[in-house]
Design a protein around this ligand. Structure first.
Ligand SMILES: C[S@@+](CC[C@H](N)C(=O)[O-])C[C@H]1O[C@@H](n2cnc3c(N)ncnc32)[C@H](O)[C@@H]1O
Length: 441
C-alpha cells in the first residue's frame, strides 16, 4: 500500500471502478430534474384547462332554471371534468378540496339496496390520466392558501403521489396519511390483511391555512404522559431543556457552568433558563441534570399524527349512514374541513358520492359544492342533505319515518340552506323524468 490508503479503502475503489466498467455511458439525470410518469395520450396542461362550454340547470321539482354561474351549497350531477372546467371560467377560488375518487380496484360498486352506484374498472394508464386531468383543473381553481386531500387505496397510491408531485410540485407535499379503515378481518388470502387506506395531503403553496387539529386524550394517556404531581397537586411531565444541533450564540454557551450535551444546544438562552428555574419550572435530577416541567391542563389536546386510527368507516347497524358504497367517516371529514379551512370558506368534493363532505362543510359553516356523475350518488347526497341520515340497517330494508332521521343542524334556516340540485343540460335532455324525480327528494 505505497499510496498510503488502507486495504479496505483500496477494495472500495476497486469495486467502484468495476461498476464503472459495466455502467452504461449515460450520465445520471441532473439533481433538479422533474420525475414524471410516461404513458400514451398524456394531454397538455394548456389543452386541459381550455374552456369546454356547458350549460347548467338548477332543477327544483318541475322547474328548471338555466344558470350562468354555478350556485354554492349545491350538488351537481355531472362528470366533474366539466364542472371543474366551468369553475375556471367563473374564476372561482376554492379553499379546500377533499376527494375520494374510485381507487382503481377493478370492481363495480352497488349501494346497500343493490342499486348500481359506479364503475371502477379503468386500466392503470387511463386511470392516471383521468385523475391527472382533474387534478390540473383543481390546482387551477385553488386559492393560493388552499389545500387538497386525495383519499386513495393502495392500488394507485404510488402513481398518484408521482402525479401530484408533477401537478402541485414536490415541495407542496404535506403528508401521506394512513387511515385505518376497518377492524381486522378474518383474512384467508396468502398475504397480509389490508386494513388501511391513504390520504395524500398537498397545499397549493407553502403558505396554507392550518388550524392545528387535536384530539381529546383518554385518561390512560394523561396518566402515562403526565405522571408527576407537584406540591399543589398539579400534574406535570419532564422534558429536556436541550435540542439537537450545535449553536454559536447564547444557546450554545454554558448555563450555570454546564455545557449542553455534545451535538446539542439549550432550548432557551441561559437568562430564560434562570427565569424558569426561579419560577420552579426546572427539575434538577440527583446527578444535577436540568429538565423542564410541562403542566397538564384540561384544554390540552393530543396532536394528530399521520396515522389515523379513529376514523373507521361505519361498521355496525346503529350508525346512521346513507347506505352508499364507500361512504366515508363524517367525523374524519369534519376534522379535515376544520383543520384546512375557515368558516365561510368554499369546500368542494368533486367525487362526492353520498355527500359526506357536503354534510361536514355545512355543519361547520363552510360554503360547499359536491359533484358526482352517478344518479345513485345524487339520490344519496340529496337525501342526506335534505332529509338527514338513516340508521344503516333500517335504511336497507324498510322506509324510515322522518322522525328517525338525524335533524338538520340548521333549524329554522332549513329552507334557506336547502341543498341545491344542478345538472348538466345534456343530462337533463337525456333523463328528464329521472332528474325531476331526484329533485323532489
Ligand atoms: C369512492 S366514491 C366517493 C364516496 C364519498 N366519499 C362518500 O363519502 O360517500 C367515488 C365517487 O366518484 C364518482 N365518480 C367517478 N367518476 C366520476 C366523474 N368523472 N365525475 C364525477 N363523479 C365521479 C362515483 O360515482 C362515486 O360516487
Amino acid at each position: 500500500m505505497a499510496t498510503g490508503i488502507t486495504k479496505r479503502e483500496q477494495h472500495s475503489q476497486d469495486a467502484i471502478s468495476a461498476l464503472d466498467f459495466y455502467r452504461e455511458p449515460t450520465a445520471l439525470p441532473p439533481d433538479n430534474a422533474e420525475v414524471t410518469l410516461s404513458y400514451p395520450n398524456k394531454a397538455n396542461r394548456s389543452d386541459i384547462i381550455k374552456p369546454v362550454p356547458r350549460r347548467f340547470l338548477i332543477v327544483d321539482g318541475g322547474n328548471t332554471t338555466e344558470t350562468s354561474r354555478l350556485p354554492e351549497n349545491a350538488f351537481v350531477l355531472d362528470d366533474n371534468f366539466f364542472v371543474l372546467n366551468e369553475l375556471i371560467r367563473e374564476n372561482v377560488k376554492v379553499n379546500l378540496y377533499y376527494l375520494d375518487p374510485p381507487y382503481g380496484t377493478g370492481f363495480d360498486f352497488h349501494s346497500r339496496n343493490l342499486e348500481h352506484a359506479y364503475k371502477d374498472s379503468m386500466g392503470a394508464a387511463a386511470y392516471i390520466e383521468f385523475m391527472r386531468r382533474r387534478l390540473i383543473l383543481m390546482r387551477e381553481t385553488m386559492a393560493d392558501d388552499g389545500s387538497i386531500y386525495v383519499h386513495i387505496g393502495h392500488q394507485m397510491l404510488g402513481h398518484l403521489k408521482v402525479v401530484m408531485d408533477e401537478v402541485f410540485g414536490p415541495t407542496n407535499f404535506r403528508n401521506l396519511i394512513t387511515r385505518r379503515k376497518c377492524s381486522s378481518k378474518n383474512f384467508t388470502s396468502k398475504q397480509y390483511s389490508n386494513i388501511n387506506d391513504y390520504i395524500l395531503f398537498y397545499s397549493k403553496t407553502k403558505s396554507y391555512k392550518w388550524n392545528k387539529p387535536g384530539i381529546e386524550p383518554e385518561q390512560s394517556w394523561i396518566d402515562r404522559e403526565y405522571p408527576k404531581f407537584d406540591s399543589f397537586g398539579r400534574r406535570y411531565k419532564l422534558v429536556p431543556v436541550h435540542a439537537p444541533g450545535t449553536r454559536n450564540g447564547e444557546t450554545g454557551q454554558p448555563w450555570r457552568g454546564i455545557m449542553p450535551p455534545a451535538g446539542k444546544h439549550w432550548q432557551y438562552a441561559p437568562t430564560k433558563l434562570e427565569e424558569l428555574d426561579r419560577q420552579g419550572d426546572i427539575h434538577w435530577s440527583r446527578n444535577g441534570n436540568p429538565r423542564r416541567k410541562v403542566y397538564w391542563s384540561a384544554d390540552k389536546k393530543m396532536a394528530l399524527t399521520d396515522y389515523w386510527d379513529l376514523y373507521r368507516d361505519a361498521h355496525h347497524q346503529s350508525i346512521k349512514i346513507t347506505g352508499y358504497p364507500t361512504e366515508k367517516n363524517l367525523s374524519m371529514i369534519k376534522m379535515i374541513v376544520g383543520a384546512s379551512s375557515d368558516e365561510g370558506d368554499l369546500v368542494i368534493d368533486p367525487f362526492c358520492g353520498s355527500g359526506t363532505t357536503l354534510h361536514a362543510a355545512r355543519d361547520l359553516g363552510r360554503r360547499y359544492l359536491g359533484v358526482d356523475a352517478s344518479f345513485s350518488a345524487a339520490k344519496a347526497s340529496l337525501h342526506r342533505m335534505r332529509q338527514g341520515l338513516e340508521p344503516m340497517g333500517d335504511y336497507v330494508n324498510k322506509p324510515v319515518k322522518k322522525a328517525d332521521s338525524l335533524p338538520l343542524p340548521l333549524g329554522d334556516e332549513k329552507e334557506e340552506q336547502r341543498c341545491g340540485f344542478v345538472v348538466d343540460s345534456r343530462l337533463f335532455a337525456a333523463y328528464p323524468d329521472e332528474i325531476r324525480d331526484l329533485s323532489e327528494i
